[in-house]
Write a protein that binds this ligand. Sequence first.
Ligand SMILES: Nc1nc2c(ncn2[C@@H]2O[C@H](COP(=O)(O)OP(=O)(O)OP(=O)(O)O)[C@@H](O)[C@H]2O)c(=O)[nH]1
Length: 739
Amino acid sequence: MRPCLFERRLPPLPRWPAGRVLASGGGDILLSQQPKRSFILGVDRRKELLPPSSRSNSEGTIRLLPIQEQRLQTTNKWRRREYSSSSSSAASTASNNNNGGALPSGGGGGRTKSTTVNSTKVVTTTDLEKRIAAIPIERYRNFCIVAHIDHGKSTLSDRLLEHTGTISASDGNKQILDKLDVERERGITVKAQTCTMIYRYAHDGHDYLLHLVDTPGHVDFRAEVTRSYASCGGALLLVDASQGVQAQTVANFHLAFAEGLTLVPVINKIDLESADVGRALEQIEVAFELDPTKAVKVSAKTGVGINGILPAVIQNIPPPVGDPNKPLRMLLVDSWYDTFRGVVLLVRVFDGQVRAGDKLVSFATGNQYTVGEVGIQYPNQVPQTTIRAGQVGYIFFNPGMKRIQDAKIGDTFTNVGCEGVVEPYPGFEEPKPMVFVAAFPTDQSHYQKLADSIGQLVLNDRSVTLQKDSSEALGAGWRLGFLGSLHCSVFQDRLRQEHGADVIITEPSVPTKLEYADGTELVITNPAEFPEPSEDHRMRSAKIFEPVVRATVALPEDYYGKVIELLEAARGTNEGIEFFGNQVIMKYEIPAASLVDDLFGKLKGATKGYATLDYEDAGWRESDLVKLNLLVNKVAVDAIARIVHRSQAVRLGRAWVEKFKQHVSRQMFEIIIQAQAGRQIVARETLKPFRKDVLAKLHASDISRRRKLLERQKEGRKKLRAVGNVVIEQSSFQKFLSK
Ligand SMILES: Nc1nc2c(ncn2[C@@H]2O[C@H](COP(=O)(O)OP(=O)(O)OP(=O)(O)O)[C@@H](O)[C@H]2O)c(=O)[nH]1
């Protein structure tokens, strides 16, 4: 094994006190920087499906698309281009690439699988297989790119895929590994994506098998990052030269370091006028003790310096360790659902090899399966005869795995009969949702359609929790749990974009924990279920807890004062402040509820967009919380209830009643809108009724008749109010709940 470039020295952890020394010996120190929560996200890999005209062959390489996939492919130019790019890329590889990514132009003998699009031969699996088979494990490198959000991971991935000839530059591909519509629209990576590349290293003239993982930068998708590490031996730590080290650079560095990954620093965006390469180099040295002279300086956009990256990967990142002749030891890294194949698994093979027809057993479920197909992401799925120790690839079973729940991320598979001799991988922590919303169809007759759409999305995003819910005001719906606000908003976007769903989503809330005097604990995710002391006498002595996070905020020194004010207002507790250069890094413990209440947006606003934020779960903190209800004519609207800190109840209650009044239309009788915190009414608005002019036809002097008519009108209104039948249209709730 090659020596690691960067010695595992203790980084300046006292300044980033998120880590814990677990063990130390021989100068090596292991740090536990694992976040307390880890998430499981599925992958949408619709793009791998080929055009509808293509029929499945016996090898299963070309498949007929389901109706919805066809709709998506024909409406989304990217998906069409992805298909043709991957196909033409392989073809162009053969002709264009002199870096070593090329398939040998003469097809090999033996079994040859090929896919065709418009009669053009695009991939010859056998050629690719032969070339891969000739590469020993010592020449494998599995690595990922970690960085702060928007520092250029996906752009750099594109350049590396082009550089190795895996895709063609001439296709004008942009962010080929960002496959979801929402990823392209928002310019963020939500799913970790993987791709195998073959690179001929000019220095020794050999082929290297590289496995690249493009990871999401946003903290909500951190689980994607941590899971990716399980299949990698190293990481490119990418820093934007114009922004320098940011909050998620720090967080991702610690995660990667704790996993024992070898880090290769890369300074990106050197083409920008505002680039300050010197500052970025100094920061990585001070903050991470990485050797600045080893950093590769690139512009992922223009391609300048890209040539230096893969040699640095080969020289510094160690190859995977594994024995292809041992019994199979295979880790399940990710999974997604395919209508035809059943559950498809992304796996990392540690020992042994896996091929179609093998009988495997899962350590987690004990279920046995027969392998239907194995292959690699290149960048689309390309079937192979075998995937060996050290490789990352996909497999699916025949008959297919039916339930996505049976694919437990972090599970180990081995050959049937080898359970006793193979040590299973320790696995990953289960995801823990932080943000909950309720979703209702705008029209109850569309309930089933919305149920199907949500069901499909949840199938491929395992970190979403789902349970049925109902509200008197909004009818039947669901309660959904997400890893964070961005995760929640991405899910909503996908629901609307990919399924055209018309849906009312309530305000996001965080869970609350009750600890009764007898020691029993109850975690409440639906605020409407928060018991009032009048309903549950145990509440009088119960302790109430809210979830808190440990936040890292990075910002230029100029905004220091403003940000402290903001964090204090968000009920944050200072845990440490560190200055380096003109950059400040603050550690704060903050209630998760403040985070959900758009703390990030407020931070950006206060710092002209310069502040960056990262956080990790920090458990529960006792707090003075109260249930805030919106009452309409004394009846609580369950879907709108929230658990808030007592200090915020009046301000929020006032805002609620004012906003609700704007969206409710006047009725024949008075509507009283109130906000109630615990047992106390904290705000009130009254919506006056329409007044029918009952006196219109009356002679002005008929006073007793006049009084009688007005009395009768008053009585009529009272009766209406007594039955409490205030009819509030769905649209009022929709407008109230929309920002
Ligand atoms: N000028 C310049 N812009 C770049 C460079 N690399 C990336 N960008 C731009 O920076 C923006 C973010 O790039 P991405 O590749 O999406 O960043 P990312 O790190 O993958 O983003 P997330 O996946 O959301 O974390 C895009 O507008 C890119 O075009 C570069 O070298 N120079």
